[in-house]
Ligand binder design. Structure first.
Ligand SMILES: *[C@@H]1O[C@H](CO)[C@@H](O)[C@H](O)[C@H]1NC(C)=O
Ligand SMILES: *[C@@H]1O[C@H](CO)[C@@H](O)[C@H](O)[C@H]1NC(C)=O
Ligand SMILES: *[C@@H]1O[C@H](CO)[C@@H](O)[C@H](O)[C@H]1NC(C)=O
Length: 264
């Protein structure tokens, strides 16, 4: 799948997904908050912060940004986060009078900084795209609260450390793009049991043997190139033929022992 197709799909999603998928309002239940309070908490976590001492203008993510040469965050002022550049809001289908932050798209914005844990409080996010920036550090553990997150594109940044296991706990995730970062170590085999449509983990520093369960993955595209994988391609890869359109394995140090199933 070309990235253009992904973009198109994203657009498609922005139009249709919110009408279909969003039905939860969780994360703060049990604390007696009403919908409006939940909404205000979710929205302010992004960038805007008001506490009992009044408006201190604190912005969790903006504070975590150290360089913004295109002045994208120049518009991140005031409490109406839906007007911020790169932030997309949509009505909550279960209650159309509630407008929630449903997408973040900062692709190609050349921003340097990190992703603060507070982003995990944007529980209605369906898209998170920060392709081609200079974000570093790791992926927030609290991303596991993004129960509706469908597309996660962290590609072409400076994220580092172990494989972000938090992505394994995102029930709605279909597109995972981690390519061109500095992730290292092994890739958990659970990744291939997840109901993902696209996996891009190429051009990192991963080092592992491709596990036997890769054949369980329903992906239509998987790109593993430019990492250090050992061993052979497991025979189970023949089981991927129903859904798989594209698999790219080059420059991985795989031995030439591709099973005959791969030709079918
Ligand atoms: C929808 O949200 C509005 C604003 O918070 C609230 O007043 C209303 O009661 C909610 N409706 C439902 C059906 O929950
Ligand atoms: C950045 O953008 C904001 C809002 O658009 C503007 O007020 C500000 O002057 C800009 N800053 C620079 C350095 O261009
Ligand atoms: C392919 O899938 C079938 C059905 O799930 C399974 O029995 C078989 O072992 C798989 N083949 C390989 C080589 O893993």
């Amino acid at each position: 799948m070309k990235s253009g197709t992904l973009q198109l799909f994203s657009l498609f999603l922005l139009v249709f997904l919110f009408a279909a998928a969003v039905s939860r309002a969780d994360g703060f239940s049990g604390r007696g908050l009403n919908e409006a309070e939940k909404l205000s908490i979710r929205q302010r976590q992004l960038l805007y912060y008001r506490d009992e001492f009044g408006d201190r203008g604190e912005k969790a993510w903006k504070k975590a940004i150290v360089s913004d040469p295109l002045n994208v965050t120049g518009s991140w002022v005031g409490s109406n986060v839906c007007n911020y550049k790169g932030v997309y809001c949509a009505p909550l289908p279960s209650n159309k009078s509630l407008i929630v932050v449903a997408g973040i798209d900062l692709n190609h914005d050349d921003i340097a900084g990190f992703l603060p844990e507070e982003l995990g409080l944007l529980t209605d996010l369906a898209l998170f795209h920060v392709n081609s920036n200079r974000f570093c550090g790791t992926i927030p553990h609290r991303f596991d609260r993004l129960r509706l997150l469908f597309e996660l594109d962290l590609s072409n940044n400076r994220f580092a450390g172990k494989f972000p296991d938090v992505v394994l706990r995102l029930p709605s995730l279909r597109f995972l793009d981690l390519r061109f970062n500095e992730f290292e170590g092994t890739v958990p085999s659970e990744l291939f049991d997840k109901n993902l449509d696209a996996i891009f983990i190429n051009s990192n520093r991963f080092r592992f043997n491709i596990p036997n369960n890769i054949g369980n993955s329903p992906v239509s595209v998987i790109v593993l190139a430019n990492n250090q994988f050992g061993g052979c391609l497991p025979a189970s890869i023949g089981n991927m033929s129903k859904t798989l359109n594209e698999i790219i394995l080059m420059n991985n140090g795989l031995k030439s022992c591709v099973p005959k199933e791969f030709d079918s």
